[in-house]
Design a protein around this ligand. Structure first.
Ligand code: GRF
Length: 204
């Protein structure tokens, strides 16, 4: 049987993208890397994807309406038979058109335990709030920012003396572990979404 084809969307460094590509290469994630798409021409992650022989596309958002930009992306994804889209540091809100075209088939990774600290600078928000535990979340993308049903989370302890940098790097280690696991879970038979909940086996 053909493996499900995933797309990864980035705007920058692409370390989560690399974690997904590594998992595919090492056989820990049973999928095919269809395409890496960036809205930023010189995103560092693009070089890494090309080195691994994965097709890359740059689709710039500059001087374009959000929906028009997203329509082009959706067309490219559909043309390649992509069944799951993984946002990995993709710094754009998706239009309703994009979300509806891939309903429950777009994932995002966020560096906090959602619903705490959505939006940018989640690690700084957590430090400033004084929480003792934060972490990372893989969730399904819906039409609101950092909001959709949660697929997987990993807790990270905030240590005394932590800086934004030290906390960010410990969270990132966990991101790299859970993103491939979460993608596997979503691709596995029996996975589904009901309201805000995700499940792996529906009870009979
Ligand atoms: C990660 O912290 C991710 O959670 C957030 O953006 C960052 C992207 O880092 N959405 P990278 O580009 O994957 O290295």
């Amino acid at each position: 049987m053909a493996k499900p084809r995933i797309a990864i969307m980035i705007s920058g460094r692409g370390s989560n993208m690399a974690a997904l590509l590594d998992a595919i290469r090492e056989g820990r994630l049973d999928a095919e890397a269809g395409v890496v798409i960036s809205n930023i021409e010189d995103a560092a992650g693009l070089t890494r994807a090309r080195q691994q022989g994965v097709e890359t596309l740059v689709i710039s958002h500059k001087s374009r309406a959000r929906e028009e930009h997203d329509r082009e992306i959706v067309a490219e994804l559909s043309r390649r038979g992509v069944s799951l889209v993984c946002l990995a540091g993709y710094m754009r809100l998706l239009s309703p058109h994009f979300v509806r075209s891939f309903e429950n088939r777009i994932l995002n990774i966020h560096p906090s335990l959602l619903p705490a600290f959505p939006g940018i600078d989640a690690q700084r928000q957590a430090l400033e709030h004084g929480v003792k535990i934060t972490g990372c979340t893989v969730h399904i993308v819906d039409e609101q920012l950092d909001h959709g049903p949660i697929v997987m989370q990993r807790a990270v302890e905030v240590l005394e003396g932590d800086t934004v940098e030290s906390l960010t790097s410990r969270i990132l280690e966990q991101e790299h572990q859970i993103y491939p696991l979460a993608v596997s879970r979503v691709l596995s038979e029996g996975f589904g979404v009901e309201g805000r909940r995700t499940f792996s086996e529906r009870e009979s």
